[in-house]
Design a protein around this ligand. Structure first.
Ligand code: HCA
Ligand code: CU
Length: 375
């Protein structure tokens, strides 16, 4: 699994997050940050969503970013006509294909969908823009209907087709099978969009790539409708393990924390404590056994290297699970000359204290200093 691309949708799917309101300035700041990160594509809210959405789309297109700019529209000529005038590099088109969406959303049958798709695709292509066609709720759509529509759009020529797990119902095995089936009927690239309602979004993205998909939709912190989609950071964590050279050469991973902080502040949430890479304890090692091994060789208990993301690891020494190697490392940081036997004796003291109450770093530092002074 390598050679994948990211369609960063914080400024489209992410705008559908409950707390999101991005003014023009904030959108530009986020777009620039994603560009610096190396996002292959940045997807923007439909220009027909609102007057300001259209203006913002035009403003971002004028920034001259390296990332390609896309907008996202319904499979409808009215939308396509507005989209092609915004200055975007490409248009992502989507239409619901499941019985739920056909019945309760747009009310159209598959013949109508095929005809609308062909019209919109040919129109967007005639303007020299990239075009992606995607079904919505792909995993609850009829597989024969799906493969037929994809075959049709692939034959007239599209840059990509997309599948979307709109309700987050799919599991990695189902994803693998659908992408495989799709690969048998289309020659263009396959893009995938996974919601995280059942916690499978990153796993599904990985499975899609294994099956031969090339593009994954992400949002910073995974924000989006309901509980969102594949998070950019967690996805990077997954991929750096699988394709380290590709990921490190292509994406500016040291920007991740800043981008997450920027978006978290914009939508008024905290960085999740258990976030891959940037969660406050993602590189904190606590138990004495872990600390000892980490000090000897970080790979013992770390699959990700914090330095790849510009983050440092932390040895948690102020607790009752600590061990003398962790205390020794702290003593060295404090620049106090204690030998190993003294440190072991000191460690027993600290563990005894830790049995009585939670310890702070300051607490333990003063115990260490006092121990040294009393020698
Ligand atoms: C929605 C649409 C979508 C579209 C995905 C895509 C989904 O907001 O419901 O175009 O790739 O999840 O189906 O985000
Ligand atoms: Cu979505």
């Amino acid at each position: 699994v390598r050679d994948f691309k990211i369609i960063e949708s914080t400024l489209r799917e992410g705008e559908q997050f409950a707390n999101a309101f991005f003014d023009t300035e904030k959108k530009i700041e986020i777009a620039k940050a994603l560009d610096e990160f190396g996002a292959d594509y940045i997807e923007l809210t439909s220009p027909v969503a609102s007057e300001q959405s259209r203006k913002d789309c035009e403003a971002i297109c004028k920034l001259g970013l390296k990332s390609k700019i896309l907008t996202h529209i319904r499979c409808h000529m009215d939308d396509a006509k507005v989209a092609v005038e915004t200055g975007v590099d490409g248009v992502d088109v989507v239409i619901g294909t499941s019985k739920f969406l056909r019945q309760y959303s747009h009310g159209k049958d598959m013949n109508y969908i095929a005809k609308a798709a062909v019209d919109v695709i040919e129109f967007v292509k005639s303007k020299g823009l990239e075009i992606r066609f995607s079904s919505e709720d792909s995993f609850r759509s009829d597989i024969v209907d799906l493969l037929n529509i994809y075959k049709t759009v692939d034959q007239i020529g599209v840059n990509r087709v997309g599948i979307a797990d709109t309700v987050g119902c799919a599991n990695p095995r189902q994803v693998y099978e659908l992408v495989r089936s799709l690969k048998n009927v289309v020659s263009c690239d396959i893009e995938c969009h996974f919601h995280d309602d059942t916690g499978c979004a990153i796993g599904n993205a990985y499975s899609a790539l294994e099956a031969g998909a090339r593009l994954i939709d992400t949002c910073v912190l995974g924000i989006g409708e309901r509980n969102g989609i594949v998070p950019l950071g967690g996805f990077m964590a997954r991929m750096i393990v699988s394709a380290p050279d590709y990921v490190k050469s292509k994406y500016n991973l040291k920007k991740l924390r800043d981008i997450e902080t920027l978006v978290a502040e914009a939508v008024e949430v905290n960085l999740p404590f258990n976030n891959p890479v940037t969660g406050f304890c993602a590189f904190t090692h606590k138990a004495g056994i872990h600390a000892k091994a980490i000090l000897a060789n970080p790979s013992t208990y770390e699959i990700l290297k914090p330095e790849d993301f510009g983050i440092s690891r932390y040895i948690h020494f102020a607790n009752r699970l600590t061990g003398w190697n962790a205390i020794k490392s702290r003593v060295e940081q404090l620049n106090l000359p204690l030998d190993d036997n003294q440190i072991k004796e000191l460690t027993i003291k600290i563990k005894q204290m830790g049995d009585i109450r939670p310890l702070g770093i300051d607490d333990v530092d003063s115990v260490i200093k006092q121990f040294h002074a009393d020698l």
